[in-house]
Unconditional design. Structure first.
Lengths: 154, 154
């Protein structure tokens, strides 16, 4: 078995055992070494964003002291939800390996298809009512950013 | 001007002023009161997930002591990226108000269209190579979860 995925599975099992959250684990590898391992902690932290992938991205970024993880790869015991999939892109990672599929996750009650459908524009029903307001006023900090001479682009 | 959005804008401006991150602010409102206000902190925390909306979701969840924010609404000075948009769904919020559009954000260098394209399956080029491995082994923690009698569904 793939050694990194073995650790991700171990993490998932730990999380279930200790009631931390859903059965999901993840690992980030840098130069062949595991620099972050973690699992879903939504229940124990009351943080709806505490998915396994988010946990390890934050930990790896903390350890390396940078938000650019382009020299890292991520192993997740399940196909990432759109939140985590996007975070992997923001972290600029180049490789993602996952185990179970989103259909496997839906089968045990973790269905993220409604979010995929919303993003794709194929949802029949909106969960979140979305409305644009105050655009002109909101453009002000954008102009402040643009005119900032010492900004850090990212 | 909408009072909640005024605070989100103030947050965005604070973030730019103190070099915390991009020009984005957000606010979460519960029973008419602001319970979380924050801004992008990607640069200062080195956390690629520290977008304004993520910051306020985590703070509101911490304050309320629950991951279900269905009685809260979120105001963001810019249209959320797919990561934050998904997080808003996981937090079960019912209302999202945003100011600038994703096109406005792209105009100042914050382009998330490549992620939308990936999720929609319309991307011409993959940033992240994605591969499924070890599915059978990864199903084990799922079975552990399913057979757990005292699990907290969420």
């Amino acid at each position: 078995m793939n050694e990194y995925m073995r650790i991700a599975i171990e993490e998932a099992e730990e999380g279930v055992l200790h009631d931390h959250g859903g059965p999901f684990g993840a690992v980030i590898v840098h130069n062949g070494k595991v620099i972050a391992r973690g699992h879903n902690r939504v229940i124990t932290t009351n943080d709806p964003t505490a998915h396994a992938e988010m946990e390890v991205i934050r930990e790896a970024a903390r350890k390396l002291g940078r938000f650019d993880l382009s020299d890292c790869e991520i192993y997740s015991s399940c196909e990432p939800c759109p939140m985590c999939f996007s975070a992997i892109h923001w972290a600029k990672m180049k490789n993602l390996y996952f185990g179970c599929s989103r259909e496997d996750a839906a089968d045990i009650g973790f269905d993220d298809n409604f979010i995929y459908d919303m993003i794709r524009g194929t949802a029949e029903k909106e969960q979140v009512h979305t409305e644009q307001i105050e655009r002109e006023n909101c453009l002000k900090p954008f102009k402040q950013w643009e005119s900032k001479s010492d900004k850090v682009p990212y």
